[in-house]
Design a protein around this ligand. Structure first.
Ligand SMILES: *Cc1c(COP(=O)(O)O)cnc(C)c1O
Length: 453
């Protein structure tokens, strides 16, 4: 047993996220002593390969020497300062840098301190923009948001409302604002022989029709570009984003790109939107932003949006949203160091090589009798386990087959954390070929156990 004393103390006082705590009567919690690169180490010296980047946040490994050094320097200079009326160098540099690398036209940066908060900010800004505009133009009132089926945007009430994963949402339904939900472009559902691009384009018709019918009352469409990560790593083609950008312009509706999970190189480009060559009206960033070190998020937006808030105080058009830790100096410095590494080491190029290796290693899963699909976008590979390969009939969720993979992998020193019956890999970008091989081999063995009886 893994340091039973510490584990016991944990279970005495802690309440862990996204966890039925009763599960820990059977599965021990694992206190981690230290991390190094892609490896985590517990108090008994067991090591775990962090194949999911500690919930998709870690990009360049644990205890990264470059980020550590930057943080130590920041710590001795300024840890935090109120961000209204005051500013600091790391926040300014980071905003300049983000504006420089983001899709053209995103020129303003608003900080918050986690992904859900960034989504709240984008939703409120979009809604508020139309109100500010209405003061002068008397346009019809826009109050609604359009979201995609199977989407995920966080857990606070606004973010939960624009998300669509029933497991997280249904319990709180009575607390949530009404949204318009449109069937998505998820290519898992395409016809045999149909290409991702054809299917995604065909599915856009549903969005186009919804926009046509509701644009007058809609503030924005919110999407996760290319990969619906929490929605079982379902993927779609960039053509959908291209069509969405055009339609949002045509119908005078904002486009919010939630790149919280897919940003910072995860899909093969620095931002997923680049693959569709589009600029959203709002881009939400978090997770990989600080390389997995500290909570920070940013909403990037256009000058057009910014100008709708910029006026004499008495007009009451200002965006009066704040978080105590807005623009935290340590977090901004970690983010700056993270962006440095992207530049200094041409990470986008080296990720292409890693992604290719992952494609080769994942190929063997395709023919397995209980695998319906192996899919990949850049540095994300997902394997969909099903009861029946031909009908795609899923396993009953109550069977928790993904959990068997999780437990088996842990016993072999790999941290995988399947979403339902989808095994996925989202490793830090510093993983090497041998570690990738181990990760896929352990998943392969775990899968054999998961599909038994
Ligand atoms: C994780 C995630 C969020 C929420 O971010 P938190 O920091 O966990 O609040 C929002 N959107 C997407 C796409 C995410 O993956």
């Amino acid at each position: 047993m893994n340091n039973p004393k510490l584990a016991l103390r944990d279970l005495n006082v802690l309440w862990h996220p996204c966890t039925q705590m009763k599960d820990h009567e059977t599965f021990p919690i694992i206190p981690i002593k230290k991390g190094q690169g892609v490896w985590l180490e517990d108090f008994d010296g067991n090591r775990y390969l962090d194949a999911i980047s500690s919930w998709w946040v870690n990009l360049f490994g644990h205890a990264n020497p470059y980020i550590n050094a930057a943080l130590k320097d920041q710590l001795d200079t300024l840890e935090h300062v109120i961000f209204a009326g005051f500013s600091h160098e790391s926040a300014i540099k980071l905003a300049e840098k983000l504006v420089e690398v983001a899709p053209e036209g995103l020129v303003r940066c608003f900080y918050a301190d986690n992904g859900s908060a960034a989504v709240e900010v984008a939703i409120k800004m979009s809604f508020h923009y139309w109100r500010n505009l209405n003061q002068s133009t008397g346009q019809p009132q826009k109050t609604k948001f359009i979201t995609l089926e199977n989407s995920y945007h966080g857990e606070t009430l606004g973010a939960l409302a624009v998300g669509n994963v029933p497991l997280y949402k249904e319990t709180y339904a009575l607390l949530l604002m009404d949204v318009i939900t449109v069937p998505g472009p998820d290519c898992y559902c395409r016809e045999a022989g149909e290409s991702w691009a054809d299917y995604s384009a065909r599915r856009f018709e549903l969005m186009e029709n919804t926009l046509k019918d509701h644009a007058d009352t809609v503030c924005a469409v919110i999407v996760e570009p290319l990969v619906q990560c929490a929605g079982n790593m379902r993927m779609y083609d960039p053509v959908y984003l291209k069509m969405l950008r055009k339609a949002c312009d045509k119908y005078n509706v904002h486009l919010i790109a939630d790149e919280i999970a897919v940003g910072f190189g995860r899909t093969g480009t620095l931002f997923a939107c680049e693959q569709a060559a589009i600029t959203p009206d709002f881009m939400c960033l978090s997770k990989g932003l600080t390389g997995g070190y500290l909570p920070l998020s940013a909403v990037l937006t256009t000058d057009k949006i910014y100008q709708a808030f910029y006026d004499d105080y008495q007009k009451l058009t200002a965006f009066l949203h704040s978080h105590s830790y807005t623009g935290n100096a340590l977090a901004c410095r970690a983010a700056l160091a993270t962006l440095d590494i992207f530049q200094q080491q041409d990470i986008i190029a080296s990720n292409k090589t890693l992604a290719m290796m992952m494609r080769k290693m994942a190929a063997r899963f395709q023919d397995h009798p209980h695998v319906a699909e192996v899919r990949q976008t850049g540095m994300i590979v997902a394997i969909e386990l099903v009861k029946n390969k031909h009908t795609k009939e899923p396993y009953a969720w109550q069977e928790r087959r993904g959990l068997r993979v999780y437990q088996y992998a842990l016993s072999k020193g790999v941290l995988l954390r399947p979403l339902g019956n989808v095994i996925y890999f989202m490793p830090p970008y510093v993983i090497n070929e041998a570690e990738l091989t181990l990760m896929f081999e352990v998943a392969w063995q775990g899968m054999q156990i998961a599909v038994k009886d």
